[in-house]
Structures are given as structure tokens and as C-alpha cells.
Design a protein around this ligand. Structure first.
Ligand code: NAP
Length: 320
């Protein structure tokens, strides 16, 4: 049985910053990338607010650079996904589709996934006109009309990106005020291809084979209407990818892992960083910062462990 010093679950900004720091601390960390290699930046077109890139950088390039940087310091990338864990035993046990890992310390940086609307037609037409990623799917809507659901930064940023391809982008928002930052609001309002449909929610998505229309309900007047469209892009926030840790790591009511200021979870030796533990800031830069902190903490914790006891013990008291 090989026992790794540190397994990092996730390869977004938090996981990769942790990998760089842990690599430089000589821990040879294993990074389980998850299904979405690079995390959310990998499906972001342009990142304008990451310090050090005054002209912006594409998400794909940032991911490629950060992965190269982590590997330079000895991080080992495993293109697989953690599907089960046991954090009640030492060493910690992590199962992926292809292997099992044992680790003295773990950093959970599994990020978050797009939240679903939960309306009829959403599941059936995903990949047939329903999408959660403009950067990935925008090209398929060249010369077509699309709707974007949501009023936050993601919705506006993606709506702006979609105007490269679509002839018209209608943003459907459940209120009459946007949550998005001022700079994105201004850009969207100035863009001739973008229209806003205020105080409205999508209640159904229609086919039959591909998306052809949505049903809207005006939340103020109660009026129901049908809007023809070729695509529905949904950006209504995220839910943390924390399901496999349920019952082991403490979480809040929305599934965000609870940590202290030092990224420590309720289990000594297990740290959490990035969006899986952050319902508030959720930025590339804040996630990267937390990843660095988690790696520094893990390094300290491993040094203390080394000094105090053997690394591999069966802890009967915490096994039940
Ligand atoms: P968000 O800020 O939570 O916004 C979600 C939007 O979806 C809100 O406008 C919300 O409406 C709406 N919404 C939520 N549930 C809904 C439902 N069931 N039906 C209809 N509408 C619903 O999420 P986000 O835009 O994905 O952003 C996440 C985080 O990433 C934020 O912190 C954001 O600042 C950050 N981010 C930053 C950038 C950037 O800096 N360039 C880009 C992308 C994301 P209400 O407004 O009424 O709540």
C-alpha cells in the first residue's frame, strides 16, 4: 500500500494553487482532477480580474499555465474523479473510478457545479439547446436566438460572449434589478443584441427534438407567455460538489463544507478550499488564495504528524 503525503481533490484554482504550494514544499501531491479538468476557469472564455494579466487571459490558457507550473514542482496529475472517501480512518482512503488512494492529508477543492432550474424540459433538452456553458456551446448558436437565465455576473458575462454568435440574446431575470457587477451591467446595456425580460421566470422548456420555445411567467402580474428561442443558457449560481463528504465533513445547510479561518475541517488532516467551502466570495483569486493557505496548513500538519506519531495507524475511536 502506497501512502501519499497529500491528495488534492479538484483541479480548479484552489486545487492547483494548493498543488503548487505543496509541490514546492516537497510533498509530491497527487491531484485528482475530477471530470472538469481545470475547474470553472476551463469553461470561462476570458478572465479579466486575475492579477498579473492586464489584458486578460483565456480560461483555457490560465488552466494550462497553472497545471504546467504545478507539475514543475512535482505535483502528479491524475485524470480521474474521487467517487468515495473514508476520512474516518488513517491513512485517509479515496476511491476514484480507476484506483484507490491512501493519504496522510487531504485537501478538498472539488468546487461547485451549475445549479439547475428544475423545470420540465431542462433535463430532456440538455445538449439539445439547453446549456450551462456559453464558452463551450455558443458556437452552435451562430445566427440563432437564445435566452440567458439569471442576473448575476455569470449570466451577463456569458450573455455578452454569446452575442458573438447569436443574433439576439434575451436575458430573463426574476427581478428588475441585476445582481451583476456594474461594469458588466453597463456592457450588457450598451450591447445592441442584448434585451432584458424583467420580473420573469422560465417555467417550461419546449421541444420536440431541439429547444424551440420557453414558457415564461411574470412574477409581478402572473401573466404566462410563450417565447420562441433556439437555446436556453442557464446561469443561476452553483451548488458545492460536496456530496461524497456528506456525513463525514461538517457542512452548512446548502452543502458548503465548514472550515475555520485556517481551512481546517472538523477532521484533523483534512482541509477544504475554494468554492466547495465558500458560499460568499467564489472568485478565481480568492479560491487560489485559499488553496495556498490549505497547502501551507497541510504542510504544517504533516510536519507535526511526522514529529509526533507514525503516519499509518488504525484509529478505532474514529472508525465507527
Ligand atoms: P450568483 O451571483 O449567485 O447569481 C445567480 C443569479 O441567478 C442571480 O441573479 C439570481 O437571482 C438568479 N437565480 C438564482 N436562482 C434562480 C432561479 N431558481 N430562477 C431564476 N433565477 C435564479 O451566481 P453567478 O452569476 O454564477 O456568480 C457566482 C459568483 O462568481 C459570484 O460571486 C460572482 O461575482 C462570481 N463571478 C464573477 C465573475 C467576474 O468577476 N467576472 C464572473 C462570473 C462569476 P437574484 O439576483 O434574484 O438572487
Amino acid at each position: 500500500m502506497t501512502v501519499e503525503n497529500l491528495v488534492i481533490i479538484g483541479s480548479g484554482p484552489a486545487g492547483m494553487a494548493a498543488a503548487i504550494y505543496a509541490g514546492r514544499a516537497n510533498l509530491s501531491p497527487v491531484v485528482l482532477t475530477g471530470a472538469m479538468v481545470g475547474g470553472q476557469p476551463a469553461i470561462t472564455n476570458e478572465i479579466e480580474n486575475f492579477p498579473g494579466f492586464p489584458d486578460g487571459i483565456t480560461g483555457a490558457e490560465l488552466v494550462e499555465r497553472v497545471h504546467r507550473q504545478a507539475e514543475r514542482f512535482g505535483a502528479r496529475m491524475v485524470y480521474d474523479e474521487a467517487i468515495e472517501v473514508n476520512l474516518r480512518v488513517r491513512p485517509f482512503w479515496i476511491k476514484t473510478y480507476g484506483a484507490e488512494y491512501y493519504a496522510k492529508a487531504v485537501i478538498v477543492a472539488s468546487g461547485a457545479s451549475p445549479r439547475k432550474l428544475g423545470v420540465p424540459g431542462e433535463v430532456e433538452f440538455t445538449g439539445h439547446g439547453v446549456s450551462y456553458c456559453g464558452t463551450c456551446d455558443g458556437f452552435f448558436f451562430r445566427g440563432k436566438e437564445v435566452v440567458v437565465v439569471g442576473g448575476g455576473d455569470s449570466a451577463l458575462e456569458e450573455a455578452l460572449f454569446l452575442t458573438r454568435y447569436a443574433t439576439r440574446v434575451r436575458i430573463i431575470h426574476r427581478r428588475d434589478q441585476l445582481r451583476a457587477s456594474y461594469i458588466l451591467q453597463e456592457r450588457a446595456r450598451r450591447n445592441e443584441k442584448i434585451e432584458f425580460i424583467w420580473n420573469s421566470v422560465v417555467t417550461e422548456i419546449h421541444g420536440p427534438q431541439e429547444v424551440t420555445a420557453v414558457t415564461l411567467r411574470n412574477v409581478v402580474t402572473g401573466e404566462i407567455s410563450r417565447l420562441p428561442t433556439d437555446g436556453v443558457f442557464i446561469f443561476i449560481g452553483h451548488t458545492p460538489n460536496s456530496e461524497i463528504f456528506r456525513g463525514q465533513l461538517d457542512m452548512d445547510e446548502n452543502g458548503y463544507i465548514i472550515t475555520d479561518k485556517r481551512t481546517r475541517t472538523n477532521i484533523p488532516g483534512v482541509f477544504a478550499a475554494g468554492e466547495v467551502a465558500d458560499p460568499i466570495f467564489r472568485q478565481n483569486i480568492t479560491s487560489a488564495g485559499e488553496g495556498a493557505r490549505a497547502a501551507i496548513e497541510a504542510t504544517r500538519w504533516l510536519a507535526e504528524l511526522e514529529a509526533s506519531m507514525p503516519a499509518v495507524v488504525e484509529d478505532k475511536a474514529i472508525q465507527q
